[in-house]
Design a binder for this molecule. Structure first.
Ligand SMILES: C[S@@+](CC[C@H](N)C(=O)[O-])C[C@H]1O[C@@H](n2cnc3c(N)ncnc32)[C@H](O)[C@@H]1O
Length: 316
């Protein structure tokens, strides 16, 4: 075991120490945050600082109250959309592609995926199941109409990552609002559901691509692990699971236990593809640690796309 991994494994054990959770409190973290933010980035990103960052992030995680957020963006992670496009491009002419988008919030992720596929492969029949646990946010997603001034229920600037050309290609403008174009919107079933529900496959079915992004890290670690194992059942043999925004130790454990195949294409680009969650490390529990090839398991730990049971895959 390398030194960095041995430190990481000991941090995992430390996080269970009650005394540390109680006494490594606010003043300690606040002073360290001040120090961290006043150091030049050449120092905070230095290799030798990584164990210190990991230690602080472990403290932040054990001390944080978790809660759900609706925050999302159109085109949130471009390398991820690029991989989805490449997978769609492998499909024969006129084929059906079944996609599930879990925890879809206001629909920005769903429409970004559909735009990406349909603008290059209009021949494909793309069938999408989009679901979220919140009825209120799902209503907004289904409507596909957004205020340009202050998007309803979501406090993130959802259009920030779109170019003007992409705005024009995806939306019709109606005063201070924009509406998703009809050709992007068709073929979607919207469902209020809980991704932890063991019966979920009974009503959502199985899919060639399942996207489960940025909601598992808001659950407690045991809930997140259970939910991730449950999501596996929604993926067809040989299908792909996109899962980011989850504790990396939990994802790595589940991936190894269930024998998922980590996809190496665009792995580093996707890891770094959402600059905000990267920037929030180590100070927010959802912050994403820096990519490094110094870990012996980096190609599993930092993968966010997996192929499941390819041995059972039957090409159609
Ligand atoms: C931060 S948003 C993520 C939106 C989108 N997936 C993305 O990556 O931009 C988290 C969403 O997860 C939903 N959510 C939370 N727990 C869920 C659950 N158990 N099942 C389904 N959706 C859930 C919330 O309602 C919220 O809309």
């Amino acid at each position: 075991m390398r030194l960095s991994e041995s430190i990481r494994s000991n941090l995992g054990k430390l996080s269970n120490v009650k005394v540390l959770r109680k006494y490594a409190g606010k003043p300690f973290l606040a002073s360290n945050e001040w120090l961290w933010n006043h150091l030049p980035s050449s120092i905070t990103t230095a290799r030798l600082m990584r164990p210190y960052g990991d230690f602080l992030h472990m403290l932040v995680k054990v001390r944080s109250e978790r809660g759900q957020y609706y925050g999302t963006y159109f085109f949130r992670n471009r390398p991820e959309l690029e991989l989805i496009r490449a997978l769609a491009n492998r499909r024969p002419n006129g084929a059906t592609l079944r996609i599930a988008v879990l925890a879809c919030s206001n629909g920005a992720e769903v429409y970004s995926i559909l735009w990406t596929i349909r603008s290059v492969r209009p021949d494909l029949k793309v069938v999408v199941h989009a679901m979220d646990i919140s009825k209120d946010i799902l209503e907004i997603a289904k409507e596909g109409r957004y205020s340009l001034k202050s998007p309803e229920l979501v406090d993130s600037p959802i259009f920030e990552r779109l170019t003007d050309d992409e705005m024009r290609a995806m939306f019709d403008r109606e005063g201070d609002q924009v509406r998703i174009k009809a050709w992007i919107k068709e073929g979607i079933s919207w469902q209020v559901a809980d991704a932890r529900d063991p019966e979920i496959t009974n009503y959502l079915g199985c899919h060639d691509i399942v996207v489960a992004n940025k909601f598992l890290f808001h659950m407690t670690p045991p809930d997140a692990e259970k939910c991730l194992r449950n999501i596996e059942h929604l993926v067809n043999p040989g299908g792909y699971l996109f899962v980011s925004g989850v504790d990396l130790d939990i994802r790595t454990k589940v991936v190894l236990d269930l024998g998922w195949n980590p996809i190496q294409d665009l792995l580093e680009e996707m890891h770094n593809g959402d600059s905000l969650v990267r920037r929030d490390w180590p100070w927010k529990y959802w912050g994403l640690e820096p990519f490094t090839k110094k870990m012996s398991d980096w190609n599993v730990r930092y993968a966010s796309v997996f192929q499941l049971n390819p041995e059972n895959y039957q090409s159609n």
